[in-house]
Design a protein around this ligand. Structure first.
Ligand code: SAJ
Length: 419
């Protein structure tokens, strides 16, 4: 089944670890990416993203001669699509990367191949891929037409947690949804090679919805914690204490409030459900709106804290923003509420000096670097010079800060570390 190897399209946080997992099991893998720099980095044995143990796994795949990266689509027995699926300005799914991957695969098909979509996608996307291929290749029978097909199509959503990808890619259970039962069986054979968890077979649309449901579940639960934070503040209670006590109940497990939900999954995927059923997805939409409103609440608290130090609107003062990443102990700044709070603060208060502290990076991202009132600072310098200290990310490095280190500063603690 794998005679012509496997092509993994999209060499990012999912595609690259998947290449590593497949090559570890002796398969020949071609990694395909539109970004020439990514391709040349990988071919030179360097990994362009930070994820524990990924560099070692990729280096050994290269040393064994099992992995090559390229910008052009090869012929392969299995195509695995792991490209981004963002949303447009009005929260509608943007499938342009899936479409261009499909358009590159279509001319290579000879019959007998398996095409798997791993990218998190709105319900119906796998079927759309089948239609797109059939428009380009009227000579082939595709599974959406019914009957026996020449090419097999399935959705197998990725579920790995950034920071634990090289563990979870092997151990997580996988959902494999085929456009036909035969498609699901053929795609499952790929995952049986390296997955130790259960493999659950279903139809493609249920698999698409299951993945969206997982992330919407987490988003709704975080929104509940964030709403509790606002309720508790309003009535003068410590939300972290309230949650910790409630969680002693055997059937209660409330998540933690924070400055908002970041990353490229949980803040995006629920919108695909809203888009598919706008009238019905009321709670899912409300959760998104609640979490998206958190950064503004934090900015108001920073202004209030600056006012307490005698700074009037828009002018003066030094604010230390601790953490820019989208969550603890990673270097990933994508869709980070901490980053957007720091940037908005600096833009809205050009007379305020903003010290950005992020132990996992050594240069400011472009948006922040362009602002004259922002500097990348070490923790000690920021604590020494700030009037207001804002804890945005609960990195391990910040857990060592004591209340004594913060004496005399106004504090905005969005993670409940300094209670
Ligand atoms: N967050 C909170 N409070 C919490 C937990 C998280 O505010 O109690 C915030 C984080 O700070 C972060 C955001 O939510 O900004 C998302 O972080 P996360 O750790 O919940 O999730 P991700 O985005 O790193 O990974 C999620 C995972 N999905 C689920 O746990 C259901 C992962 O398994 C998925 O593979 C990934 O999305 C994905 O790619 O879809």
């Amino acid at each position: 089944m794998f005679d012509d190897g496997i092509a993994v399209i999209g060499l990012g946080y999912i595609g690259l670890p998947t290449c590593a997992a497949l090559t570890r099991h002796g398969l020949r893998v071609t990694g395909v990416d539109v970004n020439e720099r990514t391709v040349s980095e990988i071919n030179a044995g360097r990994v362009p993203i930070v994820e524990p143990n990924l560099d070692v796994a990729i280096a050994s795949a290269m040393a064994d001669g099992l992995l090559t990266a390229t910008t052009s689509m090869p012929h392969a027995s299995v195509y695995l699509i792991a490209v981004p699926t963002p949303f447009t300005g009005d929260h509608e799914p943007d499938l342009r990367h899936v479409r261009s991957a499909t358009e590159a695969i279509a001319p290579m098909l000879r019959g007998g191949e398996v095409v798997i979509l791993e990218s998190t996608s709105p319900p119906g996307t796998t079927e759309l891929i089948s239609q797109w291929i059939s428009d380009l290749r009227p000579d082939l029978k595709l599974p959406h037409m019914g009957g026996i097909s020449d090419v097999h199509l399935a959705h197998c959503p990725e579920r790995v947690l950034p920071g634990r990808i090289m563990v979870e890619i092997f151990s997580n259970d996988r959902i494999v949804g085929g456009l036909s039962p035969e498609c699901a069986q053929r795609a499952a054979e790929v995952y049986r090679l390296f997955v130790t968890g259960d493999i659950i077979l279903t139809d493609a649309k249920s698999a698409e919805m299951a993945k969206l449901t997982e992330n919407a579940f987490r988003d709704v639960n975080i929104a509940f914690a964030n709403e509790l934070a606002e309720i508790c503040e309003h009535i003068g209670l410590d939300v972290w204490e309230v949650i910790s006590m409630a969680n002693h109940h055997p059937r209660v497990n409330i998540l933690q409030p924070g400055p908002g939900v970041g990353g490229h999954c949980i803040a995006v995927d629920p919108w695909f459900i809203v888009s598919a059923a706008p009238e019905q997805a009321r709670l899912v939409r409300a959760a998104r709106e609640t979490n998206d409103a958190r950064p503004r609440t934090v900015l108001t608290k920073i202004s209030d804290a600056l006012a307490l130090t005698g700074r009037t609107d828009g002018e003066g003062g030094t604010v230390a923003c601790l953490g820019l990443a989208f969550k603890a102990d990673i270097d990933d700044l994508r869709e980070s509420p901490a980053l957007s709070i720091t940037e908005t603060l600096a833009k809205e208060r050009p007379g305020t000096r903003v010290l950005a502290v992020e132990p996992h990076i050594d240069a400011l991202p472009r948006g922040l670097a362009a602002l004259p009132n922002v500097e990348l600072a070490a923790t000690e310098q920021a604590l020494a010079e700030a009037d207001v200290v804002v804890l945005l990310v609960d990195h391990a490095a910040f857990r060592a800060i004591t209340l004594a280190d913060l004496r005399g500063r106004e504090l905005v603690d969005t993670r409940g570390l300094w209670r």
